[in-house]
Design a protein around this ligand. Sequence first.
Ligand SMILES: Cc1cc2nc3c(=O)[nH]c(=O)nc-3n(C[C@H](O)[C@H](O)[C@H](O)COP(=O)(O)OP(=O)(O)OC[C@H]3O[C@@H](n4cnc5c(N)ncnc54)[C@H](O)[C@@H]3O)c2cc1C
Length: 400
Amino acid sequence: MDVDEFRARAREFLAANAPESLGDRAPAEVLREAKRFQAAAYDAGLAGITWPPEFGGQGRTAAEQQAYDAEAAHYDLPSSPFMVGMGMCGPTLLDLGTPEQKARYLPKLLRGDEIWCQLFSEPGAGSDVASLQTRAVRESGGGWVINGQKVWTSGAQWSDFGALLARTDPDVPKHRGITMFIVDMHAPGVTVRPLRDMTGRAPFNEVYFDDVRIPADSVIGEVGGGWLAAVTMLGHERVSIGGTVRRGSDPLSYDNLVELARRRGRAEDPVVRGRLAEIYAQEKALGLFNSRLRQEAEAGSPPGARGSVSKLAGALLLWRAVDTAGLIAGPELAAWEPGDAAAEEMAIAINSTPASSIAGGSNQIQRNIIGERILGLPKEPQVDRDVPFRELKVGTQRPA
Ligand SMILES: Cc1cc2nc3c(=O)[nH]c(=O)nc-3n(C[C@H](O)[C@H](O)[C@H](O)COP(=O)(O)OP(=O)(O)OC[C@H]3O[C@@H](n4cnc5c(N)ncnc54)[C@H](O)[C@@H]3O)c2cc1C
């Protein structure tokens, strides 16, 4: 089947199966529809398009993935419950998981039967995630006991599994004593509490671990090799975030801003047109950059620090789009007629924009990474580099 045939198949499937926009429906209903759609896509051979067939994927090319994405961008698909699993945890398992882990988890993840979350950030460890204090202690039988708290965990409220970073050795410097685990979010001792953001929604959570027991085969990669696993996942995350912010269904996309300008009678205004041209050019450039990263990853060259370019460019573009929406619509963005669903959606998109400069590592952190790892600028001073974690003053920890 060539790319055009594949595109036609995707188009036909989407026309028959894509749900109506779910707008402000209750989260339980969104989740139900999301699972229904994902299972249908999987069964039709349209999930995990570039993933290996032995783990539920289709083993197809990046060009076919792009063809599917281009068709899917015409719909407001309920893909958010699966973004962390498919964009981050799954690719990390593909890179570092054992054959047994891949066979057990990836097909169910791709079909949407099991949802995943990322358990990295803590109240005292965000940008500096290597300062994390959640502990994993090995039991005599080989399993592990987890204690600690995570925060800002997107989608934990509906997740079945999480990729957890925990400290397994406090006697070595902070980056070396961390391990990544698969944790069952329904295990006894896991408590998930919602956190509401300024859109009024509760997309993320606090997650508490109180004596949570997980088996020996839950380790992703090596014991003590959690930093490498974390960097691997963050690389996937940055490409995933950078690559998904500009969907056609996004109220702040070029197409929708043009539509807004037409509705407000501003489409002929030269200043507005200049701004729209700028958004168009940046959106296209970012799309091409992301597709290049995807193709290179497929050819065995992972995104590495270039994921930070994609993530940063996506966040900056979103802010520019918010400015442009303000230029076009003015005060109407903040005060609209009750029942004007398009205006409300735009307000939610605008209120979500600051999160894009924080989630997946803040803009400042992306600039540090680009400076150090791509531009070869001097590294930030790291005074705690060789100090055993136990002796550091981080989070709530104080040296004994
Ligand atoms: C919408 C959203 C979803 C999220 N989802 C998840 C998730 O699913 N799982 C998860 O684990 N985490 C998640 N996070 C957390 C996210 O990764 C952290 O918020 C982020 O890494 C920043 O950490 P922090 O909030 O602790 O801020 P801090 O690290 O305390 O940073 C505060 C400020 O200091 C700046 N700063 C810090 N260090 C430096 C430095 N070295 N140089 C220059 N400036 C610096 C930062 O840029 C920021 O402006 C999510 C966050 C958001 C907003």
